[in-house]
Design a protein around this ligand. Sequence first.
Ligand SMILES: Nc1nc2c(c(=O)[nH]1)N[C@H]1C(S)=C(S)[C@@H](COP(=O)(O)O)O[C@H]1N2
Ligand SMILES: [Mo]
Length: 512
Amino acid sequence: MGSGLLAALAGILAAATTLAVAQLVAVVLSPQAAPLIAVGAAFIDATPPALKDFAIATFGTNDKLALLVSMSVVIAVVAAVAGVLARRRWALGAGVVLVLAVVGAVAAAVRPNASPFAIVPSLVGGAVGLLTLRFLLSRLPGGGLSTSPSGEAPAHGLGRRSFLAAALVTAAVATAAGVGAQLLGAATQTVEAARRALRLPAPFRKAKPLPAGVESAVEGSEPFVTPNDGFYRIDTALTIPQVDADSWRLRVHGLVEEEVEISFQDLLEADLVESWVTLTCVSNVVGGDLAGNAKWLGLPIRELLARARPTTDADMVLSTSIDGFTASTPLTALTDDRDALLAIGMNDEPLPAVHGYPVRMVVPGLYGFVSATKWVVDLEVTRYADARAYWTDRGWSEKGPIKTASRIEVPGPFARIPAGQVAIGGTAWAQQRGITAVEVQVDDGDWALATLATEASVDTWRQWSFVWDATPGLHQLTVRATDATGEVQTAERVDTVPDGATGQHSISVTVD
Ligand SMILES: Nc1nc2c(c(=O)[nH]1)N[C@H]1C(S)=C(S)[C@@H](COP(=O)(O)O)O[C@H]1N2
Ligand SMILES: [Mo]
């Protein structure tokens, strides 16, 4: 290995030490302030919608992992360059490290609800990184650090072995700091412990028992109730906010006669209701799986708003999460008689951390980006003319009623199936309106009515099945739904941006 490569290695090891030490400091002071997390979060907020859509389409709900891996690769390359530069001219390499540390510190400081110590992890990490780089370069064969402008190395050197020993020690220290941060982080997960210990109160109004026959008989269909650990997750949070239920408060303010503030204890003691609601993401493509159905337990938001008494000029509620995400929900959707909830329970369990523990919003009939704020802490009663939500600032719509959708789940796309009677099955939804018909079309044939499973409520999805007499060859199957207003799902394809995709789901299958 030449000295240049060794200097690059020194740079990478110094960067690893920087990140690990910063992580360790962040665990103690404020997890959100770790430089990788803070810069990643800033990147997410700044990413144009097209790139974000690409990330979700390519990596699905692994988009955050993909971001962290790409950032690590970029940092490794920059660190290698810094190492090489520093060997020739210390000030140059040190400058690169300093710039990175400052970027981390600034990103951490400008996060919503940033801790006053937010800059400390990056700065401490940066300082340790500089010392590490200096230490490693001084052990480079041929003397490493050059002070002459030509970059000519002084003749004396400590030899390759000395450098490699130092590199090993550094790698060990970085690993110890990284593992330590991980362990300390797990040990201080008091929020998860509190969540596990929480016993949900009995509902004041229980959900209607699910009628018989809501579940499709077609084997391989999605379950009617989505289990919590299989429920899709979409949010901008790179680390899951850790919200302490005991100090949680929700403030209702803005265009109201009276400000209202409630605690988690107030919620536990309130008249909570249970409701089956199918949540859907606006980024769901035709045939996609960014939808889930659960039994939610919570306080109807209209009761809170009734106490606050919105003034007549108000038409929107801007909800804010602890990490700064905002959603704009029409005031009427929160005051009419639908079950718009301040939810604390999901399928008989406290909300999982990723789904908003301790409290989130669930509003039937509206896409999540305009209504389903997780880790919610603030409701501002306002007007569309006066305030804009997170995604509205990024090219999406300010309102988002859910569009009628249907999909084929069985058979899967490009399946090979035997000729004869084949069971086709899937799900359709049109929250707030309800599904009244589903039809299936084989190739260019006539649309034929599918059998609908029992409807649980207009706010839940509805399963369907269809028996097809399959003949050998390549066939295309298409599905469309009709909602209770009589409107048939359009075949016209529009993109998810700005307010949800339309089009009919088709799959190709081969019949033997
Ligand atoms: N705090 C916060 N809440 C949020 C979001 C977010 O990014 N941050 N995303 C919304 C979007 S786009 C959707 S589709 C739903 C998804 O909820 P889930 O992850 O529980 O399925 O959460 C909504 N609530
Ligand atoms: Mo979404």
